[in-house]
Design a protein around this ligand. Structure first.
Ligand SMILES: Cc1ncc(COP(=O)(O)O)c(C=O)c1O
Length: 451
């Protein structure tokens, strides 16, 4: 038996994968990724595959970044671990806190560290509840989020998320309520994008009034929904959300686990949309995926109150501010700065990516091609004139995803929406490669669906 087959058998027997149908996996066989360089990953057969998902929305600077690996190694050799409890901390955790505060919008100057984006969202709830308790408004406990949003997979993260297939598998928190998503292509009907954006944002106001303003703590949303299908809200959406949060004194939370660290050509998407969140949840690209690290950036308004409380904020993780993860993040921020990646995305890479991505709209299988910064989605339809889907709602996405791999491209299927979040360091030539492979995969998908 080959080494690959042995690994696949062991995997099937012993490893429960995240978000996976294990019957389907056992028959399809796990693909084992063995190495990566630049924006390409390699399976054991050594064929390059263009990773248009940056790992899982995290390896924004590409693979093979020895500077980050070296920084982690040096830190592990110097001090592999110490905690940040009991009046202690470590140098990388302190320096990273300053660095992140400098990068964040001006009204944000503190950070709390977690190990993941899910924990960042749990932490944001802990902070929200603590803040309102300290402000003598203990009834303000409800968090409003959105259907088809994604905020992680812990109990709180999955409750915040609006994925109904997840809710069916556990008992969610009863103080989390959902409003609709600003998904114009799928749910906009006859409204213009602008009218639809306003209408959906105003659901927040209705929900606050329905639940009682004295009971609502915060509203959380991804600036662009990632896992839900790269859903880009109409231009009217975010200003209206900000107005409503200001008007009713509701904390605004931007879950920037995907959008942070340059994906839209700004350090954070909050700056792109000109919103003023009380919390920014982050993870993933903060270390370029090289170490697990997440956290919450906290506005002065909230952190001043929590810091002044006079007793413990009873929350934290063993690895809050792990020195090796913080060293990875510092090295990542060094590269972002030194190579001027955010500026390059804004002025060069994203405009080119957007130009090429929009051309996919000409393909017979594509009802809409949308993109923003370095995020793109295409809607697969059977009829381009009416945008009618294939009769089996899940027909085209999985086929297209498999055809992408066949032609050497990682593109993710979210139902009948195909999404990409390519590494920010992708070159023009590599964007052309991505476009050509996507087109080829769409051709093969159309052909198979016809058969
Ligand atoms: C917007 C958003 N929030 C939170 C999470 C959860 O992050 P993690 O998987 O690190 O827990 C994700 C993961 O994809 C995400 O996209």
């Amino acid at each position: 038996m080959s080494h690959l087959s042995t690994l696949q058998q062991l995997d099937s027997k012993h490893f429960i994968h995240p978000f996976t149908d294990h019957n389907a996996l056992a028959s399809a066989k796990t693909r084992i990724i063995s190495r990566a360089q630049g924006i390409y990953i390699f399976e054991q057969n050594d064929q390059p595959i263009l990773d248009a998902m940056s790992g899982l929305w995290c390896c924004n600077l590409g693979y093979g970044r020895t500077e980050i690996a070296d920084a982690v190694s040096a830190q592990l050799n110097q001090l592999a671990f110490y905690n940040s409890f009991f009046q202690c901390t470590t140098e990388p955790a302190v320096l990273l806190s300053k660095r992140l505060s400098d990068l964040a919008p001006a009204h944000i100057n503190t950070v709390f560290y977690t190990n993941s984006g899910s924990e960042a969202n749990d932490t944001m709830i802990r902070f929200s509840h603590r803040y309102w308790d300290l402000k003598n408004k203990p009834n303000k406990k409800i968090i409003i989020s959105r259907k088809n949003g994604y905020h992680g997979s812990t109990i709180a993260g999955a409750s915040l998320g609006g994925m109904s297939f997840m809710h069916q598998q556990f008992k969610g928190l009863d103080y989390i309520h959902h409003i609709d998503q600003p998904y114009w292509f799928g749910e906009g009907g006859d409204l213009t994008p602008e009218a639809f954006g306003l209408k959906i944002a105003q659901q927040l106001e209705q929900k606050i009034l329905e639940l009682g303003v004295d009971n609502v703590a915060a509203f959380v949303a991804e600036p662009i929904q990632g896992a839900g299908g790269v859903i880009i809200p109409p231009a009217t959406y975010w200003p209206e959300i900000q107005r409503i949060c200001d008007n009713y004194d509701i904390l605004l939370v931007a879950d920037e686990v995907i959008c942070g660290f340059g994906r839209l050509g700004t350090a954070f998407a909050s700056q792109y949309f000109n919103i003023k969140p009380d919390f920014i949840c982050f993870a993933k690209a903060v270390t370029n995926g090289y170490q697990p690290l997440g956290g919450v950036l906290i506005s002065d308004r909230v952190s001043d109150v929590v810091k002044a409380a006079g007793d413990d904020f009873a929350h934290g993780f063993t690895y809050s501010g792990h020195p090796a993860s913080c060293a990875a993040a510092l090295a990542t921020l060094d590269i972002l700065e030194k190579e001027q990646i955010i500026e390059r995305v804004k002025n060069d890479t994203a405009p080119y990516f957007n130009k090429r991505w929009q051309q996919l709209a000409e393909h017979p299988l594509v009802g809409e091609a949308r993109s923003i910064g370095m995020l793109g989605a295409i809607e697969l339809v059977q009829n381009k004139t009416t945008n009618a889907r294939f009769p089996d709602e899940q027909a085209a996405g999985p086929v297209c995803r498999d055809k992408c791999v066949e032609v050497g491209l990682i593109m993710r299927a979210v139902g009948e929406t195909m999404v990409v979040a390519p590494p920010l360091v992708i070159s023009h030539q590599e964007i052309d490669d991505l476009f050509n492979k996507a087109w080829q995969a769409l051709d093969l998908t159309a052909q198979q669906l016809k058969e």
